[in-house]
Design a protein. Structure first.
Length: 223
């Protein structure tokens, strides 16, 4: 009886040990699957190029709301014959970008007198209209934002009627006076937002473009 009792206890211990091993393997497997899934989700989130807050803002967005204040009457006493322009100014009051007769122009206005302190000397003339080359569709809206931690990298964002976006890096054309639009970016773009991303004590400016389906892209990751 003693030997049989010992064998029964031994089998019981073996069973408990095997059960604990199985439970441990299941737990370890579950943890590994969890972290793999978490890393995969994080990777997908990074490739979306935007934070969740931006997506939450734009998910219900359908069509861009055009700001009527951008349209200015520039010529003609008869309103029916008048020419209209869409005009946007940068935050420092140095540049303006204008859509006129399906063309885009950059103008150095420098109404605040900050051009020299920010960009140094250049041959860019005040009030002269510099036509942007490379526009490959009809421009319907325009915006000026910045990329980086200061105001030295202004970017003109042009929304075309085919739903694509082109950009003009003003810094690249300041010295030469040649402003060139980039290749098309995005599809079915309906919204352009100038944003500030804050990380700890650092603030970095950028531009977000959002498509009809709510997908948003950070311009700095596309250029």
């Amino acid at each position: 009886m003693t030997r049989k009792s010992y064998e029964n206890k031994f089998k019981k211990y073996i069973f408990i040990l095997v059960l604990l091993i199985i439970i441990s393997l299941i737990a370890v497997t579950s943890i590994i699957i969890y972290y793999i899934q978490k890393n995969f989700n994080n990777k997908n989130n990074k490739t979306s190029l935007v934070e969740n807050e931006v997506l939450n803002v734009t998910e219900s967005y359908n069509y861009t709301e055009f700001d009527q204040n951008k349209i200015i009457l520039v010529a003609g006493e008869n309103e029916k014959k008048a020419n209209y322009q869409i005009k946007e100014q940068d935050a420092l009051g140095i540049f303006s970008a204008v859509i006129s007769q399906e063309k885009v122009y950059i103008i150095k206005e420098d109404i605040t007198g900050k051009f020299k302190s920010v960009y140094g000397t250049s041959g860019l003339q005040n009030e002269k209209e510099y036509e942007v080359s490379g526009i490959n569709s009809k421009p319907i809206d325009i915006k000026i934002g910045y990329i980086g931690t200061d105001y030295t990298n202004p970017i003109v964002t042009i929304l075309n009627d085919n739903g694509s976006v082109q950009i003009v890096n003003l810094k690249e054309g300041i010295n030469s006076g040649n402003f060139v639009a980039s290749n098309n970016m995005g599809k079915n773009i309906v919204r352009i937002d100038n944003v500030v991303n804050k990380t700890n004590e650092t603030s970095e400016m950028s531009i977000i473009i959002t498509s009809q389906d709510g997908t948003a892209y950070d311009i700095k990751d596309l250029i």
